[in-house]
Design a protein around this ligand. Structure first.
Ligand SMILES: Cc1cc2nc3c(=O)[nH]c(=O)nc-3n(C[C@H](O)[C@H](O)[C@H](O)COP(=O)(O)OP(=O)(O)OC[C@H]3O[C@@H](n4cnc5c(N)ncnc54)[C@H](O)[C@@H]3O)c2cc1C
Length: 226
């Protein structure tokens, strides 16, 4: 059985954000044959281009994942060009705690995280480098009502997408993390397959691998007016 789904992102210059429209069926149609809940549940994410060739490079906090995208585009046989105004992996990526958790409130992020695990395996295999991935698992410890609610929602979403989650006791948590001080009435979830990695190491590895596959990544481009 095959289905046809459309995902359309249009830049709204006034609101300065993307308006997203999803529909099932033929081009331009607003078919009611595909339930809106199904369309909304599809994990599709639009990553805006690093720059708009017709205007200027658009600065801002928007996530771009430039080197990872270049790695995949070059792997698909294209010749991507990344224009980086400063240096690779020196912005948010270098500040990240680097937790590659599969517990994501935004369902679009889980496929990206899963892909990152797959990429880590490939990046290490292709280069022979050890990227220092630490497969420790992650703990979600909650005591107050709002945190408990948020954690339960996160965990329910992850379980629904097939992720492994264990409910453990404070004593068991202390065995995993010796320095953890707990009162004993906390609710604790353990995601045993989670890992963390240094953001700079990962971003730079993407850049090296993308270059090896033919991508061009130019740094210090703040004065460029392409
Ligand atoms: C304190 C902190 C902790 C975090 N912890 C985690 C975590 O544990 N787990 C997790 O998954 N995420 C975490 N994050 C989020 C994560 O760091 C980001 O989602 C990720 O680094 C985004 O990568 P990026 O390549 O899109 O952005 P960046 O690393 O910020 O890279 C964007 C790049 O674009 C360049 N740029 C911007 N504008 C222009 C322009 N006009 N022209 C040319 N170049 C431009 C910048 O110089 C920069 O190099 C954390 C973030 C912070 C700040």
């Amino acid at each position: 059985m095959r289905g046809l789904f459309h995902f359309e992102a249009t830049w709204n210059a006034v609101k300065k954000r993307f308006a997203v429209r999803r529909w099932g069926g033929p081009e331009g149609g607003d078919s009611q044959t595909v339930p809106p809940e199904l369309l909304e549940s599809l994990p599709v994410m639009f990553l805006p281009a690093l720059r708009d060739a017709e205007t200027a490079l658009a600065p801002g906090p928007r996530s771009r994942l430039g080197c990872a995208i270049a790695y995949h585009l070059a792997g698909a046989g294209l010749n991507p060009l990344v224009l980086e105004r400063r240096g690779i992996a020196q912005a948010a990526t270098s500040r990240a705690a680097g937790l590659l958790t599969r517990a994501r409130a935004n369902p679009c992020l889980l496929p990206l995280v899963r892909q990152t695990y797959e990429d880590l395996r490939m990046l290490e295999a292709e280069s022979g480098d050890d990227l220092g991935v630490r497969r420790t698992g992650s703990l979600y410890v909650g005591a107050s009502e709002p945190v408990l609610r948020a954690h339960r929602e996160l965990m329910a979403a992850a379980v629904a997408q097939g992720e492994k989650i264990l409910r453990i006791s404070p004593v068991e948590a202390r065995e995993l993390v010796r320095w953890l001080h707990l009162d004993g009435d906390e609710e604790i979830f353990f995601m045993p397959e989670d890992a963390f990695v240094d953001g700079y190491a990962l971003g730079s590895a993407y850049a090296r691998a993308a270059r090896r596959k033919g991508a061009r990544i130019l740094e210090d481009q703040s004065d460029s007016h392409w």
